[in-house]
Design a protein around this ligand. Structure first.
Ligand SMILES: [Zn+2]
Length: 180
């Protein structure tokens, strides 16, 4: 006799059908929850970059900089043998390493912003990253999510599902996978 039938016959003997129904609902509920759990891990990466927001109506159209803080959140289909999505140090080395090389203490400019690229490039040595989109926090977070992370985590079986990029203490933008 399977577990469900055994329980039902046991409960029938006690004439406590309501209790049995509650028990089944409770078991079903808990089982559902256990399948829905998604574990992720997040690494914080801090860097300094200059930029300007091309076409901005206000002061952000000027060349200026920020102390950015990125929160990189990763998931895997299952945890590794040690119980991790991925070691935090790997996120730091791979994605943080890319940020160090390409963005940190450099200038992130829209590739079509030839005026700013020429101006910054005239001051040697210069470090310019040509972003395909305007370097807002939104577009920079999206670049980290969709371009940098898959490239840097190739072969790990781990994917970055969201990047939250703080531009100031008060403002952040987030790029993430759509659910469903
Ligand atoms: Zn800015």
């Amino acid at each position: 006799m399977n577990e469900k039938r055994r329980l039902k016959s046991l409960v029938s003997e006690t004439h406590c059908v309501d209790w049995f129904d509650c028990l089944l609902r409770d078991q079903s509920h808990r089982g559902h929850e256990s399948h829905d759990v998604m574990i992720s891990c997040t690494r914080r990466v801090q860097f300094c970059s200059g930029h300007r927001v091309f076409g901005h109506e206000g002061k952000c159209r000027h060349l200026h900089g920020h102390n950015y803080v990125a929160f990189i959140t990763a998931q895997a289909d299952e945890l590794d043998a040690v119980g991790r999505v991925i070691d935090f140090s790997v996120l730091k080395e791979r994605i943080g390493g890319w940020i160090d090389r390409e963005w940190d203490h450099g200038c992130v400019l829209w590739e079509g912003d030839s005026e700013a690229i020429a101006a910054v490039g005239a001051c040697q040595p210069s470090k310019i990253f040509r972003l395909p989109t305007n370097p807002t926090a939104e577009n920079m977070a999206d670049h980290l999510l969709r371009i940098v992370s898959p490239m840097e985590l190739v072969g790990t079986g781990v994917r970055v599902v969201s990047v939250r990029l703080w531009e100031t203490e008060n403002c952040y933008a987030e790029a993430g996978e759509c659910i469903g």
